[in-house]
Design a protein around this ligand. Structure first.
Ligand code: BGC
Length: 753
């Protein structure tokens, strides 16, 4: 058997190297014909602003540039007809007929918009997440695209940062699993397949650690923390074969990522063996001048020398590289390398075989199909996290009279969430509509807006940059409130749909106050005062500080921004058609003053002790979060047995199996995410309190029990030490298994020398 596998592996390896050799020969042949200007042209990625621009500048003289070979790829051009138009210019009018690549920010679906990525990550279901990327790729390619700027894998522990909405939360282990699943989903078995796309993992690196949670801000992280806590999702994407990688806006060790040789050449290319293409973020080459690293020529030279291949929008490469070559600031080898990487990406996507491969107007029928919408609905239900549910207020019985209130209760414009550049909010389902569809006609659902998303016109204006998202009603707040209270009083249950407008999170949407806006808090408290059970449905792009609204709520369902099928999915869960099973991928703080608060915090030299003044703590809030990482309730209950370990010690070549019995002790079928954490009792550098090292999502019928096992080998015990070596150190470890990072069973074992 082993021999057969070996022969098979050798065969596959030889096929791969034969393919590489063929690609290399093709590209070498092509490059031999290219002028210096044509090579530099390939490094230029432009956006004409025909779609939605995602930065403050857009490219000019697009047609002239394409026809004169000054463009390598485009984004923001959506739809087979438009893409064909642009591809025609490249293929029919340029000397060497090199096709363009076409990218887009397909972040959580293309036109069939799924929940925001932070929401999707709360499903902890990597097969489902992979499938979401497959569906998105199919739809994007049906619209002429062959490259997506996703997955975004920046670990972040700061909910002030608006872009936490685009990522998978605070944990590097969960983030790595999701990163790999997304890449595999997008890229499939072959990049040249008409239904797969080149993925682009971003933002390399550490963008999620912006100081103060303020977007684009500086990052300052020491190396061990960087390696142990932040880098692994990017690495997982590289190991999964991601075709391209995007640099980030921030600096690392004082050097912007886009021009950081250590990051791009030493770590990414040399250590991680990444052999795909590296693209800058939107004008991030130019922005190195604002970081004060020199003028455009100097920073462009620095970026290409550092290892950057493609320049997004800013045209620093296009306008200065020739001069820098003449002045010997860069070498021809730098330009050749970058050009080769761009051409390789196109080659892998099959564009040299057929530049029109992804341009097929007849595939329009694959966009926004009912099947895709059904999938969007089902993945949305999996992303919701039930944070509170007293007296089984949820699920709501179909006979109950609902007072549906809140600024997001009958809203379409915010359902898609941030970064849905090709999505049409008008196609989304509001909660009101979703509930109505599932309610018998004899039961009345009364609706009142109750409050504005915000009464603050300055905040509203900022949320309305891409269209009206936070409309300030013409009625007075008092009149709106009175209307809501009147219907609440004559209801059986109040469902208050509150939260953030979609553009209150996302890029350039940091907030220093992450509570619900005062207009909504006022509404919620007034609803509590009616004495009716109140269910809060919270839509947001980040964990909010919910402390001031938690106590009076009977139930809280965190739905994030749930995508095109939001209303239907929310109705599914409120009515109990689907039992919620999401678990938080990011901790919810008591207050912003605790931030960063995350499950793997270190214990410190003076661990928390309520009876000791001189221990690590706040005077006014607990150390831990309001809702911890991994937490999420269900309409049923699960119980965990004690942990059974197959042995109490192991050596570096062995393994231990940790087993629990999980029982669904409630009356409904449901799914539970069983989580494995490991605590390193003694380490040569300070370890996190505990680290997530495994999880399994398990479905159990009411009353059913299952045995769940995790295999622990030395790889799970490794960390990056102060010499940046990946090691496991002998000694005592504690295994934690449970349904959240805060509720666990434990057992100990020893790693022997
Ligand atoms: C964002 C990227 C995005 C790019 C292109 C930038 O502003 O940081 O995430 O892919 O724009 O739209």
């Amino acid at each position: 058997m082993k021999r057969i596998i070996l022969i098979l592996l050798v065969f596959i390896a030889s096929q791969v190297s034969a393919q590489d050799a063929k690609m290399n020969a093709f590209i070498s042949g092509l490059m031999a014909k290219m002028t210096l200007e044509e090579k530099i042209g390939q490094l230029n990625l432009i956006t004409p602003g025909w779609g939605i621009p995602t930065g403050s500048v857009v490219s000019t003289d697009v047609e002239g540039k394409i026809k004169s070979g000054k463009v390598g790829g485009m984004f923001g051009v959506i739809g087979a007809e438009k893409v064909r138009q642009a591809q025609d210019m490249a293929v029919k009018s340029t000397r060497l007929k090199i096709p363009l690549m076409f990218g887009s920010d397909v972040i959580h679906g293309h036109k069939t918009i799924f929940p925001i990525p932070l929401g999707i990550s709360c499903s902890w279901d990597t097969a489902l997440i992979r499938h979401s990327a497959i569906v998105a790729a199919e739809e994007a390619t049906a619209d002429g695209l062959n490259w997506v700027f996703s997955p975004m894998v920046d670990v972040s522990r700061d909910p002030r940062w608006g872009r936490v909405s685009e990522g998978s939360g605070e944990d590097p282990f969960l983030g790595s699993q999701i990163a790999a699943s997304m890449v595999k989903g997008y890229q499939g078995a072959s990049l040249a397949d008409k239904k797969t796309v080149l993925a682009c993992v971003k933002h390399f690196a550490l963008y999620g650690a912006a100081e103060g949670g303020r977007d684009y801000n500086s990052v300052d992280i020491n190396r061990t923390r960087m390696y142990n806590d932040y880098l692994s999702p990017y690495k997982a994407a590289v190991d999964a074969g991601v075709a391209t990688i995007m640099t980030s806006f921030n600096d690392i060790d004082g050097v912007p990522a886009t021009g950081n040789k250590w990051l791009l050449s030493d770590l990414l290319r040399r250590d991680w063996k990444f052999n795909g293409m590296i693209v800058s973020d939107y004008t991030s080459v130019n922005e190195m001048s604002n970081h004060r690293l020199g003028n455009l020529q100097e920073v462009s030279a620095m970026a290409i020398r550092a290892g950057l291949d493609m320049d997004m929008v800013g045209e620093g490469f296009l306008t200065t590289l020739k001069k820098s070559l003449e002045e010997k600031r860069i070498s021809l080898a730098d330009i050749d390398r970058a050009c080769r990487k761009v051409l390789e990406a196109k080659y892998k996507a099959g564009l040299f075989d057929d530049p029109y491969r992804y341009i097929d107007e007849s595939r329009k029928s694959e966009i926004l199909t009912q099947a895709k919408r059904d999938f969007a609905r089902s993945i949305a239900t999996q992303s919701f996290v039930l944070l509170k549910n007293t007296n089984n207020t949820l699920p709501i019985k179909k006979s109950q009279r609902i007072a549906l209130v809140g600024p997001l209760a009958n809203d379409r414009s915010n359902m898609l969430g941030t970064w849905a550049v090709s999505g049409d909010p008008q196609l989304s389902v509001p909660v009101m509509e979703g509930l109505m569809k599932q309610t018998s006609s004899s039961v009345n659902i009364a609706y009142a807006k109750g409050a504005n998303l915000t009464d603050d016109s300055v905040l509203a204006k900022q949320a309305n940059v891409f269209g009206m998202r936070a409309e300030i009603d013409k009625r007075t707040p008092a009149a709106m409130l009175e209307e809501a209270l009147a219907i609440a009083r004559s209801s059986d249950v109040v469902v208050a749909v509150v939260g953030e407008a979609s553009e209150m999170s996302g890029e350039a949407a940091s907030r220093s106050d992450i509570t619900l806006p005062p207009s909504q808090v006022k509404l919620i408290h007034a609803l509590y005062a009616t004495g009716k059970p109140v269910v809060l449905v919270i839509m947001s792009g980040r964990p909010l500080a919910l402390t001031n609204v938690v106590d009076g709520a009977s139930s809280i369902l965190q739905t994030w921004h749930a995508g095109i099928e939001a209303g239907n999915a929310i109705a599914d869960v409120l009515y109990g058609v689907v039992n919620p099973s999401g678990k938080l991928s990011m901790s919810f703080p008591y207050s912003v003053g605790q931030v960063p608060v995350y499950h793997s915090q270190k214990t410190t030299g003076r661990p928390m002790d309520p009876n000791n003044k001189f221990s690590t703590k706040y005077l006014d809030v607990p150390n831990g979060p309001l809702y911890p990482f991994g937490f999420g309730l269900s309409y049923t209950q699960f119980s965990y047995s004690d942990i059974r370990l197959s042995a109490n010690s192991m050596n570096a070549t062995g393994s231990i199996t940790a087993t629990v019995t999980l029982t669904n002790t409630g009356f409904r079928d449901g799914a539970e995410v069983v989580q494995l954490y490991i605590e390193d009792k003694v380490r040569s550098i300070t370890p996190p309190a505990k680290e997530l090292k495994g999880f399994q999502k398990v479905f159990l019928k009411a009353g059913e029990a299952k045995t769940i096992s995790f295999t622990i080998d030395v790889n799970l015990l490794k960390f990056w030490n102060s010499e940046l070596k990946h090691v496991a150190e002998p000694g005592a470890f504690e295994v934690w298994i449970g349904g959240s990072s805060a509720e666990v069973k434990t057992a100990g074992f020893t790693l022997m020398k």
